[in-house]
Design a binder for this molecule. Structure first.
Ligand code: 18C
Length: 259
């Protein structure tokens, strides 16, 4: 009920570190993160989303969109995983030290600049798919959390999100080597639901469920055959979300719960 009135910018600012707030990218980060959270929370109400993958709790929807002859189909995925929190989910997605463990499309990842504890600049080179050219990406990544206004209680856990958004970096000009630059806007968001049965006793991993929303728009940046591209993402998005959530479950199973 709150979505249209909520000032997401204010909430995102409240969670941000000083180093992020002072950075020249901040106005853009705040705008894009707010927009991504707003649309991730909106559900599937608007737009003709078509379900193209269903696997247990995991559902993936897309809209077929082309720009200048390139497939840029927006993706929206929802999932539910028992035993992890939104904060844990976003932690493993955001921090670079885990990325090679779960990111199957990666050839190399470099941290170009650690702007702050919650904002990092990346350059990534992805695996090549024949017959297209190899792709690379430069993007900022921001980790944030906002109060969950659906859950009325004061102490309900925050909703956590990581947003990745392409940015031009003078140190890494696009299309200058053998890679074609891709452009991406991605959000991974996790809402922690605590079972009412856990009230008044110590919380166990069985008592928590993470409601996940993952939205992605990737522009391939240059020629790529549409049929190959659609086949690739149809395979890669589900593979990512299953592998990544299994990874977070494995990493956290013996750790104290971080709400
Ligand atoms: O969100 C994800 N990962 C984050 C951290 O890495 C980050 C990165 C997103 C970039 C994903 C796009 C990579 C495309 C590169 C080619 C794919 C290689 C496949 C290798 C197969 C072994 O936000 C998780 C990302 C999950 C994977 C998404 C795949 C989306 C494919 C979109 C197509 C892009 C153009 C491909 C080039 C042409 C192919 C014919």
């Amino acid at each position: 009920a709150q979505t249209s009135q909520t000032n997401w910018g204010e909430l995102i600012r409240a969670a941000a570190t000083n180093a992020s707030l002072k950075h020249i990218y901040w106005p853009e980060i705040e705008r894009v993160v707010a927009e991504q959270i707003r649309s991730a929370r909106m559900g599937l109400g608007k737009g003709a989303w078509q379900l193209f993958v269903e696997d247990g709790e995991m559902k993936m929807y897309r809209r077929e969109v082309e720009e200048d002859g390139l497939v840029v189909d927006p993706l929206k995925a929802t999932h539910q995983v028992k035993g992890i929190t939104g904060r844990e989910l976003c932690h493993y997605f955001f921090y670079p030290e885990y990325r090679y463990d779960w990111e199957g499309t990666l050839e190399t990842m470099n941290v170009v600049d650690k702007i702050a504890e919650d904002t990092i600049l990346f350059h990534q080179i992805h695996k090549r798919i024949w017959p297209a050219a190899q792709r690379d990406a430069t993007f900022w990544s921001h980790l944030t959390h906002v109060p969950d206004e659906e859950e009325k209680s004061e102490d309900s856990p925050h909703i956590w999100a990581t947003v990745n958004n392409s940015v031009e970096l003078p140190s890494h000009p696009p299309n200058s080597g053998k890679q074609v630059r891709i452009y991406l806007t991605i959000i991974l968001m996790g809402q922690t639901i605590i079972s009412p049965a856990a009230k008044g006793r110590e919380l166990k991993r069985d008592d928590i469920t993470c409601k996940i929303t993952y939205c992605a728009v990737v522009n391939p940046g240059g020629w790529a055959p549409s049929s190959v591209l659609r086949a690739v993402y149809k395979r890669e998005y589900p593979k990512f979300l299953k592998r990544f959530t299994a990874y977070v479950l494995e990493k956290t199973k013996n750790l104290p719960i971080k709400l």
